[in-house]
Ligand binder design. Structure first.
Ligand code: FAD
Length: 281
């Protein structure tokens, strides 16, 4: 449980951090809340030779609503998301991450950059059509959530890029549901489901988005279930029929807690519950 030796840097500007990342190459790692990276280092599954701490860099914290978009600084902690209920499903999902100690340290930028398909916020980003702003030596770019998560613990970020901000459209008129199944309270999700539903004036489903956590090597959209519900009258029967499609096209990894078949069962059941919650039924 003792990590390999490493150097520690605490830059005071973003430019300095990016330069340090670039100069130290693949052996350097950014440190945010440390709640994914440090456990990996203690298990010696990661052995960076330099840690570049983002905590002293100004301008990476905070939540602002501007022109129909939530702008969330990359170093904003899960606890801050949890406390801001106006963020809707983002706040709910953050409140279900681990325990309060983890939420007091872990950050949204760290969670998204880590790219763990068992994490709660990546699927929420996906259904919200969120995007991240990344800065590197060659400038700044925007990466849509749909392009960010590429494989298990693998994102589209270049080695010397820092996520500076997360942008989430304000989804007016959507109800939300978030369901997370764990073996013990405060565990990682065996499976998690995030649902957003927009009701039309006639009570039909004008739009629906469903995100799945831990059902593959990246967060996924349950598009077959979405297609089955969109345009239908919203009710327990139509939701139950749509939820039956939730696991279509998924290849969940089996692990000590659940077989792939059990995870598919969980995805169908939790999708039904999350949709009922999102539809206010
Ligand atoms: C006991 C325990 C239980 C947990 N349970 C859950 C859970 O149920 N659900 C859940 O979602 N998460 C869970 N987590 C993980 C937690 O949410 C982490 O905090 C989060 O995944 C990573 O955020 P961090 O700020 O701690 O990142 P760090 O651990 O500091 O960094 C993670 C990775 O991201 C990189 N990185 C960090 N910030 C940036 C940035 N701004 N730009 C580019 N790269 C960056 C780092 O270099 C590193 O590779 C748990 C953690 C623990 C210890």
């Amino acid at each position: 449980m003792i990590p390999a030796e490493f150097d520690y840097e605490a830059p005071e500007s973003l430019e300095e951090a990016i330069r340090m990342l670039h100069e130290n190459g693949e052996d350097a790692k950014l440190l945010a809340g440390g709640h994914s990276l440090l456990p990996l280092m203690k298990l010696r599954l990661a052995a960076p030779t330099v840690l570049i701490d983002l905590r002293r860099i100004p301008g990476l914290h905070g939540i602002q609503r501007e022109d129909g978009v939530w702008r969330v600084g990359a170093m904003t902690r899960h606890a801050d998301l949890q406390d801001n209920e106006e963020l809707g499903v983002v706040s709910r999902a953050a409140s279900l991450i681990a325990d309060q100690q983890v939420r007091n340290r872990g950050t949204i930028g760290g969670s998204l950059a880590h790219g763990d398909p068992a994490s709660d916020l990546p699927a929420v980003m996906l259904v919200s059509d969120g995007e991240v702003t990344a800065r590197g030596l060659s400038g700044q770019r925007t990466i849509a959530a749909a392009d960010l998560f590429q494989d298990f613990l693998t994102t589209a970020l270049e080695h010397d890029e820092v996520i500076t901000e997360v942008r989430l459209p304000v989804l007016e008129g959507y109800g939300f549901g978030y369901q997370k199944f764990t073996r013990r309270a405060e565990d990682w999700a065996m499976v998690g489901v995030c649902a957003l539903v927009k009701k039309g004036a006639d009570g039909s489903c004008e739009d629906v988005r469903i995100g799945l956590t831990h059902m593959g090597t990246t967060p996924l959209r349950a598009t077959a279930a979405e297609d089955a519900l969109r345009g239908e009258a919203l009710g327990a029967d139509s939701i139950a029929r749509a939820a039956e499609h939730a696991a279509e096209g998924t290849h969940p990894p089996g692990d000590l807690n659940a077989s792939p078949e059990y995870k598919r069962h969980l995805a169908r059941t939790l999708t039904g519950r999350a949709l009922m919650e999102a539809a206010g039924l």
